[in-house]
Design a protein around this ligand. Structure first.
Ligand SMILES: C[S@@+](CC[C@H](N)C(=O)[O-])C[C@H]1O[C@@H](n2cnc3c(N)ncnc32)[C@H](O)[C@@H]1O
Length: 297
C-alpha cells in the first residue's frame, strides 16, 4: 500500500509503535507499513486481536462516560493513543459539555495529529510525556491550567500499564498519580493479561511488544486488581461484585452477550478514591450529638 501519511519529526516509520498498531486495529489511518505488518503478525497468531482492541476501546469509552455521569468534569487520559472515533473529550462532553480533558502520550505522532483531534479547543490539550515521570506530568503548566487539584478528576489509564516493567514500579507510579487527586476522583484502568492464554500467542505478543514499545509486561488478575489497592472498586455491571472484570463486561447490559475471546485479553476496573459509600473507620459525630462517652447506645 502506498504511504499517504507523512512521518512527523521524531517518528521512525520503519519501527512499529503500539499507538499506531492499535490505531490500525481500530480502523484508523494514522499508521505505516511497519505497523500494519506487526498487526498482521498478531492477527495470524491471535485472530481475535482486532476484537481485543475494540473491546478495550469500548471499555475506555463506557468508563469515561460513566465517570462523567458521576459528576466529574475534568479528566487526565494517560497513554491516550491516537485520535480515533469517540475520543475521550467527545465521549464525556455528551454528558458534560464543559468537561476538560488532558491527553498524555509518549508517542510524538499523537501530538502531530492532535490538531485534527481538538483544533483550537482550549479545554482539551495533548502533552507528550512519559508516564514514568509523574511529577513532570502533574506539574506541566498546560495540565495545571485545566485540572483543578481540589476537584474530582477522572484518571484514565487504559491499555498502557502493560508497557511499564516491574523495574519501573508501576504501582508506585500509579499511586503518585492517585495521591494527586481529590477525594471523589475515579481511576479507570485496563491491562493485558496472559491468564489462560496459549504459549504461542503470548510469545508473538511479547515479540511485537518488544519491537513496538520496548517490552510488554502482562500481569495476572491478582496483580491487576492490586493496582486498585486503597480505592473502592465499583461493580463492573449490575448484579456483579465490585471487582476487576474482562474489558467487554464492564458496563454491559448482558454479560453472556458481552463476553468474547477478544475481551478476555484485558482485565479492567473503575474505582473511586475515598468513596462516600464506604463507612469511615472513625465514628461520625453529628453536630449537637453528645460526645461518645456520654452516649447510651
Ligand atoms: C494500546 S494504546 C491505548 C490507547 C487508549 N488508552 C485506549 O485504551 O484506547 C497504548 C498507548 O500508550 C502509549 N504509551 C506507551 N507507553 C507509554 C509511556 N511510558 N508513557 C506514556 N504513554 C505511553 C502508547 O504510545 C499508546 O498510544
Amino acid at each position: 500500500m502506498a504511504e499517504t501519511l507523512q512521518a512527523p519529526a521524531g517518528v521512525d516509520p520503519a519501527r512499529p509503535s503500539s499507538a499506531r498498531i492499535y490505531d490500525y486495529l481500530l480502523g484508523g489511518a494514522n499508521n505505516f507499513e511497519a505497523d500494519r505488518a506487526a498487526a498482521g503478525r498478531l492477527a495470524q497468531r491471535i485472530p481475535e486481536v482486532a476484537d481485543t482492541a475494540w473491546a478495550n476501546r469500548g471499555f475506555h469509552q463506557r468508563a469515561a462516560k460513566w465517570i462523567a455521569e458521576q459528576g466529574v468534569r475534568q479528566f487526565i487520559d494517560i497513554g491516550s493513543g491516537l485520535p480515533t472515533v469517540g475520543n475521550t473529550h467527545e465521549v464525556v462532553r455528551r454528558v458534560a459539555p464543559d468537561a476538560r480533558v488532558v491527553y498524555v502520550d509518549n508517542d510524538p505522532i499523537v501530538l502531530a495529529h492532535s490538531a485534527e483531534l481538538i483544533g483550537d479547543d482550549k479545554t482539551a490539550v495533548v502533552i507528550i510525556a512519559d508516564l514514568r515521570e509523574p511529577d513532570a506530568i502533574l506539574e506541566n503548566p498546560r495540565l495545571q491550567e485545566l485540572i483543578d487539584p481540589g476537584e474530582p478528576t477522572g484518571l484514565l489509564m487504559t491499555a498502557v500499564l502493560h508497557f511499564i516493567s516491574d523495574a519501573s514500579k508501576p504501582r508506585a507510579l500509579l499511586a503518585r498519580y492517585v495521591a494527586a487527586l481529590a477525594d471523589g476522583s475515579y481511576l479507570a484502568l485496563s491491562h493485558r493479561t496472559f491468564d489462560h492464554k496459549p504459549t504461542a500467542a503470548m510469545r508473538t505478543l511479547a515479540e511485537v511488544g518488544e519491537q513496538a514499545a520496548g517490552g510488554s509486561h502482562y500481569r495476572s488478575k491478582d496483580e491487576i486488581r492490586a493496582f486498585f489497592d486503597g480505592l473502592e472498586l465499583v461493580p463492573p455491571y449490575q448484579g456483579a461484585e465490585p471487582d476487576v472484570s474482562w474489558v467487554g463486561l464492564w458496563g454491559c447490559e448482558d454479560p453472556a452477550l458481552a463476553d468474547s475471546e477478544g475481551s478476555r485479553w484485558l482485565y479492567c476496573g473503575v474505582a473511586r478514591k475515598n468513596g462516600l459509600t464506604r463507612q469511615p473507620w472513625y465514628p461520625i459525630r453529628l453536630p449537637g450529638a453528645p460526645p461518645d462517652e456520654a452516649r447510651q447506645d
